[in-house]
Design a protein around this ligand. Structure first.
Ligand SMILES: Cc1cc2nc3c(=O)[nH]c(=O)nc-3n(C[C@H](O)[C@H](O)[C@H](O)COP(=O)(O)OP(=O)(O)OC[C@H]3O[C@@H](n4cnc5c(N)ncnc54)[C@H](O)[C@@H]3O)c2cc1C
Length: 439
C-alpha cells in the first residue's frame, strides 16, 4: 500500500481510529490508511479474502458511529484529500477524505460552489452519499443531485465508474442510498456560479420568547424564494438556569444584496432580536458562520422530516428544550424545499423530496459515565418529537432498525435492495443505514 497499515500500538493508530462523535470509542483490528484508489482496492480485496467486518471513514462525521468498528478492518480514506476544479466546464473532482471547508475554498476561488453542508469540518463523501443539504440546496438541489459521477471499488474488487453514461443504476443508488454499494474513491460534481457578495447572517433571540420566535420563523419561511436558505437553532447549555440559552435564525440569500435585505427586513423588525448580524457576506463567510462542532465530545442526535412547522411541533419543541444538569440541548430546524422538491421522489435514492424541513434534536456531554443516562433522556425527548415527523435523513440517524431504514426509503427500497444485491451480495458494506441484500 502507498499509505500505512496501522495496528493497535502503532504511531497514528489512535488518531486514525477516532471519529467526530466521541460516544463511539472503538478499536479496529487493523486500519488501512489509504493513499490512493489502488490502496482502497487492496483493502477491499483483503477484507473479502479474510471475511472481515469493514468500516469506511472519510470525514469521520458519522453521527451514529458507523465509520469505525471494534475488530475488523477500518478503511480510512481521510488522507485522500484533493479538489480539482474545472472552471471551464463548471465541475470538480473530489477525493473522498476532503472536508467541506476545503471543498468550498477551492471552488469559490473560481467563483463556483455546489451544495454542501454547513459545518466545514464534515466530510463531503458521507454527506453526498446520504443526500446532503446546505445553503445552496433550495437553489441547486441536494449535494447528491449535483453528483455527476463516482468511482467505486465494489465488494468483488472491481473499479467502476457510475455516471449517466455507465452503471446508471449505481449512480441512482449513490444519490442518497449511503455507503451501501462500495467504497467510493472519487466524486465528480456539477458546480454553479456564486456571487462574490451575498446577503446573510443571523438573528439571535432570548429563549423567553421561544414560541413567538418559532412561530415567526415558521410563517416567514412559508413564502421564501429559492435564493433564501434558513435554519433555526435552539441552544440550551448544560446545567443552565431556566430561560438560559438562545435561539438563532440563520439566513442566507444567494442573490442581489438589496433584494435579500428587503426580503428579510420584516423578520428583523417584527420582533427585536438580541443580536442582529445580517449584512453583506461572502459565501465562505456564511459557510464558516456556525464554526466547527468540536470533535471528540459525546453526542446523541435524532432527526426526522416534517411537512410543516405546526403549532403542535412548536409546543413540543419549547416543552422539551429545558436545561438539564448533565447535557446541553440543541434543536435544529433546517428549511428544505425549493429545487430539492422539484426532483421526483424516485428520481434518486433520496426519497423525501416533499419534506418541508428537517427537524433535529441533539445533546452533548464530556464524561463517558453520563452517557447512559443522557442517551436515555434524549430518547425520551425524541419520542415526543417523532410523531410530528415522517421518515428520517439517513445521515442524521442514530439508532435505527431495519424496519425504519426500509420505511425511510419508502417506494425506493425495493430498487435499492436489488442494486445492493447486485453489487454487494454478502453485505460487506453494512456499517451504514444498511439495506440488506436479498438472501
Ligand atoms: C457537526 C455536523 C454537521 C453536519 N451538518 C450537515 C449539513 O449541514 N448537511 C447535511 O446534509 N448533513 C450534515 N451532517 C450529517 C453528515 O452529512 C453526515 O454525518 C455524513 O455522514 C458525514 O460524512 P463524513 O464523510 O464525514 O462521514 P464518515 O463518518 O466518514 O462516514 C459516514 C458514513 O458514510 C460511509 N462512507 C463515508 N465515506 C464513504 C466512501 N468514500 N465510500 C463509501 N461509503 C462511505 C461510511 O461507511 C459511514 O457509513 C452533519 C454532521 C455533523 C456531525
Amino acid at each position: 500500500m502507498h499509505g500505512p497499515l496501522l495496528l493497535p500500538g502503532h504511531n497514528g493508530y489512535d488518531s486514525a481510529r477516532r471519529i467526530w462523535n466521541g460516544a463511539f470509542d472503538k478499536f479496529p483490528g487493523l486500519i488501512a490508511q489509504c493513499g490512493n484508489p489502488s490502496d482502497v482496492k487492496r483493502a477491499v480485496d483483503f477484507a473479502r479474502s479474510n471475511n472481515l467486518l469493514v468500516a469506511i471513514k472519510s470525514g469521520g462525521h458519522s453521527m451514529s458511529g458507523k465509520s469505525t468498528c471494534d475488530g475488523g478492518l477500518l478503511i480510512d480514506l481521510s488522507k485522500m484529500v484533493g479538489v480539482h476544479v474545472d472552471p471551464f466546464n463548471k465541475t470538480a473532482r473530489v477525493e473522498p477524505g476532503t472536508l467541506l471547508g476545503e471543498f468550498d475554498y477551492e471552488c469559490t476561488s473560481f467563483g463556483l460552489a455546489t451544495t454542501m453542508g454547513t459545518d466545514p469540518d464534515t466530510g463531503a463523501a458521507g454527506l453526498t452519499l446520504g443526500g446532503g443539504f446546505g445553503r445552496l440546496g433550495r437553489l441547486h438541489g441536494l449535494a447528491c443531485d449535483n453528483l455527476r459521477s463516482a468511482d467505486v471499488i465494489t465488494a468483488d474488487g472491481r473499479f467502476i465508474r457510475a455516471s449517466e453514461e455507465q452503471n446508471q443504476d449505481l449512480l441512482w443508488a449513490l444519490r442518497g442510498g449511503g455507503g451501501n454499494f462500495g467504497a467510493v474513491s472519487s466524486f465528480e460534481y456539477n458546480l454553479h456560479s456564486i456571487p462574490e457578495t451575498i446577503y446573510g447572517g443571523q438573528l439571535m433571540y432570548s429563549v423567553k420568547h421561544a414560541k413567538d420566535v418559532l412561530t415567526m420563523f415558521a410563517d416567514f419561511i412559508q413564502t421564501a424564494p429559492d435564493e433564501l436558505s434558513a435554519a433555526l437553532v435552539y441552544v440550551v447549555p448544560k446545567g443552565g438556569k431556566k430561560n438560559s440559552g438562545f435561539i438563532s435564525i440563520g439566513l442566507t440569500y444567494i442573490g442581489d444584496i438589496a433584494a435579500g435585505e428587503k426580503l428579510v427586513a420584516p423578520l428583523r423588525h417584527s420582533m427585536k432580536p438580541m443580536m442582529d448580524r445580517m449584512g453583506p457576506k461572502t459565501y465562505m463567510d456564511e459557510q464558516g458562520r456556525n464554526g466547527r462542532l468540536p470533535r471528540g465530545q459525546m453526542y446523541y442526535m435524532k432527526s426526522g422530516f416534517t411537512h410543516g412547522i405546526t403549532p403542535q411541533l412548536i409546543d413540543t419543541y419549547t416543552e422539551i428544550a429545558e436545561p438539564h444538569p448533565k447535557r446541553s440541548f440543541t434543536g435544529l430546524i433546517t428549511m428544505l424545499g425549493g429545487q430539492i422538491s422539484r426532483v421526483g421522489n424516485n428520481e434518486t435514492a433520496f426519497a423525501h423530496r416533499d419534506a418541508h424541513s428537517d427537524c433535529m434534536i441533539a445533546g452533548s456531554w464530556k464524561k463517558p459515565e453520563d452517557s447512559e443516562e443522557n442517551v436515555a433522556n434524549m430518547r425520551s425527548l425524541w419520542k415526543k418529537v417523532e410523531p410530528h415527523t415522517k421518515g428520517f435523513y439517513v445521515n442524521a440517524a442514530y439508532d435505527f432498525t431495519d424496519q425504519k431504514v426500509r420505511g425511510t426509503y419508502g417506494a425506493n427500497f425495493d430498487r435499492l435492495q436489488a442494486i445492493k444485491t447486485q453489487y454487494d451480495p454478502n453485505n460487506m458494506f453494512r456499517l451504514n443505514a444498511n439495506i440488506k441484500p436479498k438472501a
